[in-house]
Design a protein around this ligand. Structure first.
Ligand code: AMP
Ligand code: MG
Length: 423
């Protein structure tokens, strides 16, 4: 990572209640320690998908570039609209999208027109074909039309020289279309963040290997892969590192040489923390926090050489919850994205939810519309931090305040839809 992006280490001072740090406090401390990356690059439109805009984009032209019809129908002169009864106009030609009518419309005349076709000179109103009666070269319309009906104006969508995209905006499908509508072929975006990941644990076995007794497959490697891919970072996957001081030290060294950010899973819980801590004390400045969140209490954050370091807990649901709640907004901030807050809404819980006061819960929920058409959230059941299937069944987090106790069915709770978090 470049010189200016060096993160000052974060001190483990005023930790709150029972030695726990709230999620929002942790987020604030992390943000205070980070500086968004500064590298820019020009990218062709398609390659810029999901990148963050680095320089303002203004429009080189008006969209639409000419007055055109919003409907299939007849272009007319507004003064021909009858106050009452009907009027019959002479159809003098047609204007198709891409093949305009060549001439000027006079009072008493109409031009057959299609959606998106240029409005003929002299015309100022379009009557929908459903409201017109065509007989040979004549068309009859009634009263009730307003001057200017069904006409799209020059620059109505985007005005020439107007601001189209501002720095910090993510380029999604609508932005790609918007840029294309202006004929823009390239855009200046922030360079992609380089993020290295590895899993730690002697119990972990990789896909393709035969698990020995007491071994499990490394799933965090894959959930992290998916979460990072959704974020459009450059991912350096370093696989599984054994619980061995030299192996861990080597992995941290090499990862911090190539990546802006290093994310590990496992090895930061009580007992193991000291082990990883020894390595990290030599290579950087890392704090081992206890976050007031469930799942995902232990979290390490700091710097390893020049890379920003996040040490996530090992349990598969804890990894995903801490990633979405703490790491993802921080990575988005690092990439220069302005809007990093996911959407939260209040709905009634369909079920009773077990909750002990003390930590903020990120329970897994299923948002569903009931038979009365009301949106309710259901629990996925067992909320253990090892129940990864709960993340797969869920479509939202149910966020319960640290001080809250059990929730009764019918009570209002805050939910964070995955739709805003994933992809
Ligand atoms: P740790 O934080 O290393 O003590 O791990 C906590 C729990 O998460 C243990 O049950 C580990 O076996 C499990 N775990 C750690 N890393 C992984 C991983 N990469 N994939 C699946 N489970 C893991
Ligand atoms: Mg472990």
């Amino acid at each position: 990572m470049s010189e200016e992006n060096k993160s000052p280490p974060v001190d483990c001072d005023t930790i709150g209640l029972q030695g726990l740090l709230s999620v929002s406090e942790a987020l604030q401390r992390i943000r205070d320690a980070l500086t968004p990356i500064s590298g820019f690059e020009r990218r062709a439109l398609r390659d810029a998908h999901r990148c963050i805009v680095a320089e303002p984009v203004t429009s080189p032209l008006n969209v639409p570039p000419y007055v055109n019809s919003a409907m299939d129908g007849y272009a007319i002169v507004a003064s021909d609209i009858p106050k009452e009864g009907e009027v019959t106009l002479q159809v003098v030609g047609a204007s198709f999208a891409g093949a305009p009518f060549d001439g000027t419309l006079q009072a008493g005349q109409a031009v057959r027109i299609m959606t998106g076709a240029m409005l003929p000179e002299g015309a100022d109103t379009v009557v929908m074909q459903e409201l017109a009666r065509r007989e040979g070269e004549q068309v009859t319309i009634g009263s009730g039309h307003k001057p200017g009906d069904n006409v799209r104006h020059i620059g109505e969508d985007i005005a020439k020289d107007g601001m189209v995209l501002t720095p910090g905006q993510k380029i999604r499908a609508p932005e790609l279309g918007l840029l294309a509508s202006l004929g823009v072929a390239e855009v200046t975006v922030r360079r992609r963040l380089r993020v290295a990941t590895f899993s730690t644990g002697d119990e972990l076995c990789s896909i393709g290997e035969q698990p020995r007794e007491g071994q499990i497959y490394d799933s965090n490697r894959y959930s992290l892969f998916g979460m990072l891919r959704d974020l459009n970072v450059e991912h350096i996957d370093m696989g599984v590192i054994r619980d061995d001081p030299q192996a861990i030290s080597d992995a941290f060294e090499s990862a911090s040489q190539v990546a802006d950010v290093l994310i590990t899973s496992g090895g930061v819980s009580v007992g193991e923390a000291d082990f990883v801590k020894q390595t990290l004390d030599r290579l950087g400045k890392v704090n081992f926090w206890k976050i007031a969140m469930k799942p995902g209490k232990p979290l390490a954050f700091g710097t390893v050489n020049n890379a920003v370091f996040f040490g996530l807990p090992g349990n598969p649901v804890s990894v995903m919850a801490t990633f979405y709640q703490v790491v993802q907004p921080s990575l988005r901030y690092l990439t220069g994205e302005t809007a990093t807050q996911a959407i939260r809404v209040k709905v009634r819980s369909a079920d009773k939810l077990k909750k002990r006061p003390g930590r903020q819960d990120f329970q897994r929920g299923i948002l569903r519309t009931d038979e009365k058409g009301e949106l309710r959230v259901h629990t996925t059941g067992n909320q253990g931090s090892h129940i990864l299937s709960s993340m797969s069944q869920a479509n939202c987090f149910i966020i319960l305040a640290a001080e809250a106790g059990n929730v009764e069915a019918g009570e209002w709770v805050e939910v964070e839809p995955f739709a805003g978090l994933f992809g």
